[in-house]
Write a protein that binds this ligand. Structure first.
Ligand code: COM
Length: 521
């Protein structure tokens, strides 16, 4: 379908995407300026966050780009199966948690667990997701002038040729950005049984029954986030993990006090978290009825469940590119790139989840941008070794910079500012409060959160910040920037807080900033 000279409205895009998703439209959705021929400066394979932002940057730098995606929309898995549903579910989990703790008090009605349906939330998401999909297509065409082919597979023929629907397009550069999917551990038997899901199959084809309990295999962010959501709906959830939660290799800079607060609070909500164990098999005839697991003491047991969820990390989709181009990949299949996103083959770049952790939005988008800048002749490097990070339980958990232990190892003299203060039981103090935990502070003080920041006494610079609560996540984007710029405790104290209390760590820092020799608080 040639859409180049047509301008579809948002509702028209939504309808077209829907028709393609249900199989009524099978042809490619093509937005190509044919008057310019079929030669491009760069072809992006995969129109997710990296491909879209890389394409936008390419256009901005005067390159002719083409982006190709198998789905009928741009934006990739984020708005379709991954980040966006996770944010919806996490927000729902937080609301349900609030309703439970405040059930039948104040103006809250009695929490009715039978109305908290996982299937309903999935349906809600699926009914709404084509709106952002439509917007990605509309914006990319009407505002960003990108050329694209959607609803079609791209086949890389060689380093300068890509085939779509039997037609060959030539290009000076190719950027690979086809993402990743859940790693299915080959040593665990029975993962192909009905009743076993991951974040993608939960949505497509979708969970079609209301589970009575859940067993999560793996201890990743996904495990903690989706597990907290299932538990909040009343679906009793058990997490089986080899490493302690938040001590998996994929996460760095996890402060131990923060970790303990998070995990204790998951348990307080009724979740079972079994660490140091080895899941062996999903049992059941055709449907999962339980998971056989070897516990840390070596004994084996079966945990009964009708819903198994995989939170075992990610693996990339690189084999077709290895076969066609011979690019170098690591032992897990992730494409090896340098800081310019260049692979082992000149003119071939790789971005996003395809190059490994962190599987985060900022990295995907900035990888695309980095590839585009280099293709445009600007020697730009992207170092994503340090970044602010977060996850959701029924809280936002955010962290940036060094942990207390790391800071003690690397600096002679540090100051730790934290709330609740060290040694004070959580329930004794209704602090910290942040946007969204005010009611907890007055009803269940021990639930009102945790925060810590660390300064180097010599330079007075902020080294790290760690927060459990709500309302602080956005601030961490800026704190990351300020830490990299070398913000000091005195400058923190100069900031103008917009809330009485300190999700931005301003107030407490100011209380100590007057000291020539800094001390803990
Ligand atoms: C985000 C998708 S949901 S993109 O990064 O805007 O393409």
């Amino acid at each position: 379908m040639d859409l180049f000279s047509t301008s579809l409205s948002m509702p028209e895009w939504e309808t077209l995407i829907h028709r393609a998703e249900v199989g009524d439209v099978n042809e490619a959705l093509e937005n190509i300026d044919r008057s310019k021929g079929t030669e491009f400066d760069v072809i992006f394979i995969g129109g997710g966050a990296g491909g879209r932002f890389g394409s936008a940057y390419s256009k901005a730098r005067g390159l002719r780009q083409l982006v190709v995606d198998k789905w009928p929309f741009l934006g990739g898995s984020c708005p379709h199966q991954a980040c966006v549903p996770h944010h919806l579910f996490s927000e729902a989990a937080r609301e349900m948690d609030y309703m439970r703790w405040n059930s039948d008090t104040l103006w809250f009605t009695k929490f009715e667990e039978e109305r908290a349906s996982i299937v309903d939330l999935i349906d809600l998401f699926k009914r709404g997701r084509n709106n952002p999909h439509a917007f990605m297509n509309w914006q990319s065409k009407e505002q960003l002038d990108m050329e694209y082919i959607l609803n079609a597979e791209a086949i890389v023929i060689d380093k300068n040729t890509v085939e779509v629907n039997g037609e060959r397009f030539t290009t000076k550069n190719i950027v690979l950005g086809t993402g990743s999917s859940t790693f299915v551990p080959p040593e665990i038997k029975g993962l192909d049984k009905a009743g076993v899901y991951d974040y993608a199959t939960l949505i497509d084809p979708g969970l079609d029954y209301e589970p009575t309990s859940c067993v999560i295999i793996g201890g990743s962010k996904v495990a903690m986030e989706y597990g907290s959501f299932y538990q909040a709906t009343g679906c009793h959830t058990t997490i089986l993990t080899r490493s302690p939660l938040m001590r998996t290799k994929s996460l760095h800079h996890i402060d131990e006090d923060l970790r303990r607060y998070v995990v204790d609070n998951m348990r307080l909500r009724g979740m079972d978290i079994i660490e140091g164990c080895e899941p062996l098999e999903v049992v059941g005839e055709e449907r999962a009825t339980g998971v056989r697991v070897r516990l840390a003491d070596g004994t084996e047991t079966i945990i009964e469940t009708d819903f198994v969820f995989l939170g075992t990390g990610e693996r990339p989709h690189t084999q077709p590119f290895v076969d066609a181009l011979g690019i170098d990949v690591d032992e897990k299949g992730f494409v090896k790139v340098n800081a310019r996103m260049q692979t082992s083959i000149p003119g071939i770049y790789a971005i996003g989840d395809l190059i490994g952790a962190p599987m985060e939005m900022f990295k995907a988008r900035k990888c695309g941008m980095t590839a585009a800048r280099n293709i445009a002749g600007e020697p730009f490097e992207f170092d994503f070794s340090e970044y602010p990070d977060f996850l959701h339980t029924t809280y936002e958990v955010t962290w940036v910079g060094l942990t207390e232990d790391e800071a003690r190892e690397q600096y002679e003299d540090i100051t730790v500012i934290q709330m609740p203060p060290k040694g004070m039981p959580n329930g004794d103090i209704a602090l910290p409060v942040s946007e969204g935990t005010m009611l907890y502070a007055f009803t269940r003080p021990e639930l009102s959160g945790f925060q810590k920041c660390i300064y180097d006494n010599h330079s007075r610079r902020l080294l790290g910040a760690h927060h459990v609560g709500m309302g602080a996540k956005d601030a961490f984007q800026y704190l990351d920037f300020l830490i990299k710029k070398g913000i000091t405790i005195d400058e923190m104290g100069e900031m103008n807080e917009l809330f009485i209390n300190p999700e931005h760590f301003i107030q407490l820092s100011r209380l100590r900033a007057g000291h020539q020799n800094l001390v803990d608080l």
